[in-house]
Design a protein around this ligand. Structure first.
Ligand SMILES: Cc1cc2nc3c(=O)[nH]c(=O)nc-3n(C[C@H](O)[C@H](O)[C@H](O)COP(=O)(O)O)c2cc1C
Length: 483
């Protein structure tokens, strides 16, 4: 790498030694269709599906994780750089890393490509294939930046091109690299089935179906009812291809309902995981401002995650609130909104124990079985540890709340501080904490943890099962759409 590029990256925090980076290499057999089955997956998400989020998703039970879509040409110009301390692998763009990964996630990592050209797709896949287990083709992004170049959802109406990309990937990549595709529904079921048949015949291991059509907006309920027929159809084709449901699945519990309803092999979660990366657990964290955000920021700093990405992702977190006063919760959000660097969050999240957060993630991942399933175990730390870390974070937030309120000369200053302090869970409450089954959730969030987290971005209703498509919105509505 060039010295200039090295200089642009802030040095990693000093680690005790480079042992951590060196031993992180898990040996798993190549992905098969079965590895895409019987799980809850993290969806590809531009910006939001960054390395720290993927690592937490894996820690909390995601079976496989998809990275954010990368356009083929973009990664071809990137330079691969390894941080000798943390082991983080960065694909460097002109001014910052375009895409980062870590060897610990490789057995579970699917790299998603945006492409409209079989040759470019193969070149891009070859560039990253030593760092990932599978390559997925994005055939669902409806945004103009993707579709104008013939990529994403534009491929849905160009099945020849779509299938030629998948075929090229399958024929030119080594067999140990799995190939898959993620599509949206077409307006009619008949056309959808025709497309599905062609995709299945390209040799993919897995097909993810986002149960919305290209013109549907993210807030519209996913047409999950249409998936059952698709799943049966794929099974009837006699090819060993896993089908993953995507759209409106909000939690581990919800995935059980949707899989029962549709027969899908697995479910994939995007929006709900963007709001709470622990939703893959049977008992996801609640009160994220104290139970999750500090750990997330500490891990990001340790991994040298670009500050702007950390700030963006942290500002998206919104979980269920059970304990705590609104001022406690908003203090963390305000602090993140105002922070210009990791240093600005020092008071709320220090000491900077990111290496420990990383080690916990590594332990959880290493404890998986050979089928890549998260281990079911009792692994909550001692209550005193959970108490001290959570109350410390809450107390720091409370102190910040008080200070901020004071600065604003608000008469409510002392009241805010007091109520924020009171929001920490008392030691008496802790006697009711139960270590969850099928979860690595280790803290106070287990108290009365809900099975389905709040999703403030969307109306919290179950996915639609009507089997009917919705009217096509006007083109102007499309621009507001997310992939
Ligand atoms: C912030 C964000 C970024 C996304 N980026 C991608 C992407 O890079 N590739 C892709 O195929 N889909 C992308 N999507 C779509 C999701 O993967 C998923 O298909 C969609 O949000 C429906 O799932 P959900 O109902 O769980 O949100 C994105 C969604 C969100 C919310």
């Amino acid at each position: 790498m060039t010295p200039g590029k090295l200089a642009r990256r802030a040095p990693s925090p000093a680690a005790s030694d480079t042992r951590a980076a060196k031993r992180r290499k898990l040996e798993y057999p190549p992905l098969t269709p079965d590895d895409y089955r019987n799980g809850v997956m993290l969806a590809p998400m531009v910006r939001s599906g960054a390395l720290p989020t993927r690592l937490f998703a894996l820690k909390h039970g995601a079976k496989l994780v998809w990275g954010p879509e990368m356009v083929d040409k973009a990664i071809l110009h990137a330079e691969r750089v390894v941080d000798p301390t943390t082991g983080v692998v960065s694909y460097m763009g002109v001014s910052k890393a375009m895409w980062t990964t870590h060897p610990i996630e490789k057995p579970f990592l699917i790299y998603q490509i945006g492409s409209a050209d079989p040759d470019l797709a193969v070149q891009a896949a070859k560039k990253v294939m030593n760092d990932v287990s599978g390559i997925d083709l994005n055939c669902g992004c409806p945004k103009p930046f993707s579709t104008h170049a013939g990529m994403g959802a534009a491929l849905l109406t160009n099945p020849d091109l779509l299938c030629s990309i998948l075929t090229a990937l399958r024929e030119n990549l080594p067999p140990e690299i799995s190939v898959s595709a993620k599509i949206r529904l077409l307006p009619t079921q008949e056309d959808t089935l025709k497309l599905v048949e062609r995709i299945v015949n390209t040799g993919v291991n897995c097909l993810t179906v986002h149960c919305r059509t290209r013109n549907m907006r993210p807030r519209e309920r996913a047409l999950v009812g249409r998936l059952e027929e698709i799943v049966k159809f794929v099974k009837g084709l006699g090819k060993d291809v896993a089908v993953i449901e995507n759209g409106d699945c909000v939690s581990y519990e919800d995935s059980k309902r949707i899989r029962k309803l549709t027969g899908a092999d697995s479910c994939m979660i995007a929006t709900a995981a963007e709001a709470n990366p622990t939703v893959f657990s049977a008992q996801p964290y609640i009160d994220l401002e104290t139970t999750f955000v500090p750990s997330y920021v500490r891990l990001c700093k340790y991994l040298n995650n670009h500050w702007s990405g950390t700030k963006f992702c942290s500002s998206q977190f919104r979980g269920e609130h059970v304990s705590g006063n609104k001022s406690t919760q908003t203090a963390m959000k305000n602090a993140i909104a105002q922070a210009k660097s990791y240093d600005d969050l020092e008071k709320l999240v220090s000491p900077w124990t990111g290496e420990r957060e990383f080690e916990e993630i590594v332990s959880a991942i290493e404890a998986r079985d050979r089928d890549r399933q998260p281990k079911i175990e009792d692994d909550a730390p001692a209550l005193s540890e959970a108490t001290s870390s959570c109350t410390a974070a809450a107390a720091a937030v409370a102190a910040e709340t008080a200070k901020a309120t004071e600065r604003e000369n608000s008469p409510a200053a002392s009241e805010g501080a007091e109520s924020a302090t009171l929001s920490t869970v008392s030691s008496q409450d802790l006697s009711t904490v139960k270590t969850p089954v099928q979860s690595h959730s280790p803290d106070l969030s287990l108290l009365r943890a809900p099975l389905v987290p709040a999703n403030e971005l969307r109306i919290p209703v179950p996915a639609a099962v009507s089997g009917e498509d919705v009217p096509t919105p006007t083109p102007s509505q499309q621009s507001a759409e997310v992939a």
